[in-house]
Design a binder for this molecule. Structure first.
Ligand code: FAD
Ligand code: SF4
Length: 338
């Protein structure tokens, strides 16, 4: 690890001032991703700005019935918060499906959004990787790509975004509040992460001198018919091969409104409103679910080792929709294999 300067931010404007003044600086919140990347020499910030003492640790109710979640709320506190558990259980389920209890205690809401890909070559500094070293090439395309993307890929990068929490946030139509030198702005969660294109070094649309301050959830929480289904190599402490977050509004056996997003398949949580439209107003049947899954996966492309993900994603979507419609959520605290 290289030497680095360490400072603390006293307030949000101080944090923005410090990051804008030093292009090699990075914020550190829980440190569970950034410190690993520094130890592996993947990231080399010469200045860490500790934001962990900023007053961004509250979950507050908005007047419209939605929630505002501070960027420093620990993942554990968010998952178990009574208002999240009651109104947005898909979010709690997704968070609890990730990492370990110790990591979730340290990991922050903002840091979870900003965590970087788990592509093996990104972590292996002796191999070419356009995300780590732009222009050097992509080792995964012809290499070991079992965990890599099948949707929205480019010739420069086929990495996936590893977050579970963000897949649920995509379904909930969350918004990300950020502050920078020219003031505050809001980014829809579905626009926050980018596709790799020819600039895979940029994971998000956050500008380098901006800080995430909060996540906002609208009132609709899908508290009756939801699921977060995560398929992985081990039942705990592993990233998703494929995951699906589903929120349905049901009228008997008819789907009045459907939302679903898929994780582990792309550089961002993959949500496709034209696939959701195939479910709206339809009877909740396996045939309906298959049509929506096939549509979402119409442009899916495998790279050899990860070809299996296309069929796995199809089955995961169908099973997730089935569970959500039946009101039998799959969650970390209610695991089922059937
Ligand atoms: C062994 C292991 C297993 C894991 N398994 C899973 C899993 O299954 N599912 C899953 O979703 N995650 C998993 N994680 C990832 C974990 O969720 C993330 O490391 C964590 O959420 C990052 O939060 P943090 O506060 O520690 O971020 P940090 O490490 O402090 O920061 C990460 C990045 O975010 C930036 N940042 C942090 N806060 C802000 C802010 N407010 N504004 C702007 N930038 C900011 C930092 O500059 C840095 O670039 C795992 C991690 C480990 C180590
Ligand atoms: S897929 Fe992306 S992160 Fe992985 S080696 Fe290729 S460029 Fe790097």
């Amino acid at each position: 690890m290289i030497n680095f300067e360490y400072t603390r931010a006293n307030n949000i404007s101080d944090a923005v001032r410090q990051i804008a003044a030093d292009s090699s600086a990075k914020f550190i919140a829980g440190g569970t991703n950034l410190l690993d990347l520094m130890k592996e020499d993947v990231e080399q910030p010469t200045h860490l700005i500790d934001i962990s003492h900023l007053p961004l640790t509250k979950v507050e109710e908005n007047t419209d019935g939605g929630l505002r979640i501070g960027a420093l709320v620990p993942n554990s506190d968010l998952a178990w918060h009574p208002l999240v558990a009651k109104r947005y259980p898909v979010l709690g389920s997704a968070i609890l499906a990730g990492a370990s209890a110790q990591l979730r205690n340290m990991a922050s809401t903002g840091g979870n959004l900003m965590q970087r890909t788990r592509c093996f070559y990104f972590y292996d500094t002796v191999t070419p990787c356009n995300k780590r070293d732009p222009g050097s090439g992509c080792s995964a395309i012809k290499g070991l790509n079992r965990i890599n993307a099948i949707l929205g890929t480019s010739e420069a990068c086929i990495a996936t975004h590893p977050s579970d929490m963000c897949v649920a946030l995509a379904v909930l139509d969350a918004k990300v509040h950020v502050t920078g030198p020219s003031g505050d702005r809001t980014i829809a969660l579905t626009d926050f992460h980018r596709l790799p294109g020819d600039t895979p070094q940029r994971d998000t649309n956050l500008n380098p001198n901006e800080i995430i301050t909060a996540i906002e959830l609208p009132p609709q929480g899908f508290s009756k018919n939801y699921t977060y289904l995560k398929i992985r190599d081990r039942l705990s402490y592993a990233f998703a091969l494929v995951s699906v977050a589903v929120g349905l509004e049901m009228d008997g056996k008819t789907i009045r409104q459907a939302r679903f997003a898929v994780g582990g398949v792309a550089h961002k949580p993959w949500r496709d409103q034209s696939a959701e439209a195939l479910l709206n107003g339809q009877q909740a049947t396996p045939e309906t679910y298959r049509r929506a899954a096939d549509h979402l996966l119409r442009d899916a492309k495998g790279y050899g080792h990860n070809d299996f993900k296309i069929e796995l994603a199809r089955r995961t979507i169908v099973r997730g929709l089935t569970q959500a419609a039946n009101g039998t959520p799959q969650s970390q605290s209610n695991k089922k294999i059937a």
